[in-house]
Design a binder for this molecule. Structure first.
Ligand code: AMP
Length: 280
């Protein structure tokens, strides 16, 4: 497996691949890799010739300095893990390399960045767009792989590629979970033992919704929020039921139409997100 720390080096590698007329699959990550990331990489390996994974903790998408400082990092462990799944190359640049100058670009996501994650993490999606557009420029992949765990992020990236006329196809992959249902996340390693033991309340509470056939959207929302907040280890930041396409909150169930239930929960100082597709 190739390991690149500099933009110039990965670009040269990409040029060689393109000259050989091979297809490129790209998986952007912030490292501290787990099975969720690996599932994206395995899918990329099945669908493209050469798979490149980036590991870059992007400062511009953090709206909280403490969160950036505490974000788990272990590049050597990540490299070993990537070798086990047959990844072809990893790109782990420095902040200076990606941002030789401050990135002042402001992106427009038709309001999608002002709701849910965007509302509670101001500037987050603009930072995501800054780094993804730079990475897509360095690695013009045929396909790029993102997790449905970050449902709103996938929607934003799709808008970004459309607005920038990029040829990279965005592939959304299923959420990988721990045995008890908790969505795998690099941040799970920051949970106290007590919080980890109880954290499956998040998935359990949203997975149950499909059984609440007779409840209105409002009643479902209250039920989920009350259930999680009743456990004093956790506090719901937001819980929304939204249209899967527009991501706008819905107020009424429409038979046969899909919706997505999205949640963010604080577990002490750790913020966890999850979502589930609902069939009404
Ligand atoms: P991150 O390193 O958290 O920025 O995540 C990198 C990519 O992995 C993103 O596209 C995430 O949506 C995806 N991802 C993270 N956790 C999971 C998971 N549990 N299942 C599937 N994909 C995931």
């Amino acid at each position: 497996m190739h390991v690149f720390y500099k933009t110039i080096d990965v670009k040269e590698f990409v040029n060689q691949i393109l000259n050989q007329k091979k297809t490129i699959g790209f998986v952007p990550t912030m490292g501290a890799l787990h099975n969720g990331h690996l599932s994206l990489i395995k899918t990329a390996i099945q669908q493209t010739d050469i798979v490149i994974v980036s590991i870059f903790v992007n400062p511009t998408q953090f709206n909280n300095a403490e969160d950036l400082k505490n974000y788990p990092r272990d590049i050597n462990k990540d490299i070993e893990l990537l070798k086990t799944v047959g990844c072809h190359a990893v790109f782990s640049p420095t902040v200076k390399d990606i941002y030789p100058e401050p990135d002042t670009r402001v992106f427009d996501f038709n309001g999608l960045d002002n709701i849910m994650e965007g509302k509670f993490r101001p500037g987050h999606f603009n930072g995501v767009a800054q780094v993804v557009s730079k990475l897509f420029d360095i690695i013009p992949a045929n396909k790029a792989y993102f997790g449905q765990k970050d449902f709103q992020q996938v929607a934003i990236i799709k808008i970004l590629t459309k607005k920038l006329n990029l040829k990279t196809e965005i592939i959304a992959c299923d959420t990988i979970r721990e045995q008890d249902g908790l969505a795998k996340s690099s941040r799970n390693s920051l949970l106290s033992a007590k919080h980890r033991e109880n954290a499956n309340i998040i998935y359990k509470s949203i997975a149950e919704i499909n059984q609440y056939k007779s409840l209105s959207i409002n009643d479902i929302k209250q039920k989920v929020i009350n259930k999680i907040n009743a456990n004093n280890l956790f506090e719901v930041e937001y819980f929304e039921i939204a249209d899967t396409e527009t991501l706008q909150p819905i107020t009424d169930k429409q038979k046969g139409k899909k919706a997505v239930a999205c949640i963010a929960v604080w577990a002490d100082k750790v913020r966890l997100i999850d979502n589930i597709i609902l069939n009404f």
